[in-house]
Design a protein around this ligand. Structure first.
Ligand code: CIR
Length: 258
């Protein structure tokens, strides 16, 4: 699949006040902004046109712009947040989504919740993560919507994996029939038919990476995983992610890719 453009949002002044498990210490907003710039450069290196939305201090987690919407080549789905402090972020991306998708927009309705980080596209199929953030009703609504637009879907539950926030926190599709995932998810029956690159426990964070056109953008410093991905035949662009990792945010989370 070819991508042409990406949407990102600059980390806000109060970025460090977002939801975090706290294990890795307090995030440094200035550094997060530096890292965000490097991320944009990596997207551009992959050939994407990048739209940078202004920081939004109403929502400290708003740079994680993958969560409020699910974008496809046929329809955009406005997500429904489970996380109370993030409810409303979806309204902030709506104007831009309307500009891009016109009437081809669907909305997850309460009590359904779906966060974009739980959605993993593989061609015309979508894996929907059942997580602490995406509930069964949200998944049901999303699968109906996808069906209406000619897509198929299935679910993968990550609710037993306490440290995994969203499905894509622990796995990514790299194209060419290949997944990368943390050890727990690698054995899920849904992934059986694919080639799998499995990270070590220690390098699980690097299982969230993104294939864009000819490259895989992947967190810097996860050398074993980067080597595995390169060995599998992919070209990598490592980018620094430490401040986003502190906020439980994955690399995919920082952009919407269309
Ligand atoms: C949150 O807990 O919602 C944010 N601190 C991080 C969201 C990261 N989203 C993602 O990896 N898809």
């Amino acid at each position: 699949e070819l991508f042409e453009q990406a949407i990102v949002r600059t980390p806000s002044e109060n970025f460090a006040d977002g939801i975090t498990p706290g294990f890795l210490g307090r995030a440094d907003t200035a550094l997060a902004r530096e890292q965000h710039k490097a991320y944009i450069r990596a997207l551009e290196q992959c050939g994407l046109r990048v739209t940078v939305l202004a920081e939004d201090n109403d929502y400290p987690d708003s740079c994680f712009i993958e969560d409020p919407a699910i974008v496809t080549d046929r329809v955009a789905v406005i997500a429904g947040f489970q996380a109370p402090s993030r409810k409303g972020e979806e309204k902030k991306v709506l104007p831009l989504i309307e500009k891009l998708y016109g009437t081809k927009i669907e909305i997850i309705q309460s009590p359904g919740t779906v966060e974009g980080g739980d959605i993993c596209q593989v061609g015309t199929h979508f894996f929907i993560g059942l997580s602490r953030r995406t509930n069964d009703e949200g998944a049901r609504q999303l699968s109906e919507i996808l069906k209406k637009y000619g897509f198929t879907s299935s679910t993968i539950s990550i609710r037993d994996y306490k440290s995994v926030l969203h499905l894509k926190t622990g796995m990514s599709y790299l194209g060419d029939h290949t997944f990368i995932s943390i050890p727990q998810i690698a054995n899920d029956p849904e992934l059986k038919a694919f080639n799998r690159i499995v990270t070590t426990e220690e390098e699980g964070y690097a299982s969230n990476c993104i294939r864009i056109n000819d490259y895989v953008i992947i967190p810097q410093g996860f050398d074993r995983t980067i080597e595995q991905v390169e060995k599998a035949g992919f070209k990598t662009i490592p980018v620094p992610m430490s401040e986003f990792e502190k906020q439980d945010g994955g690399l995919s989370c920082l952009s919407l890719r269309i």
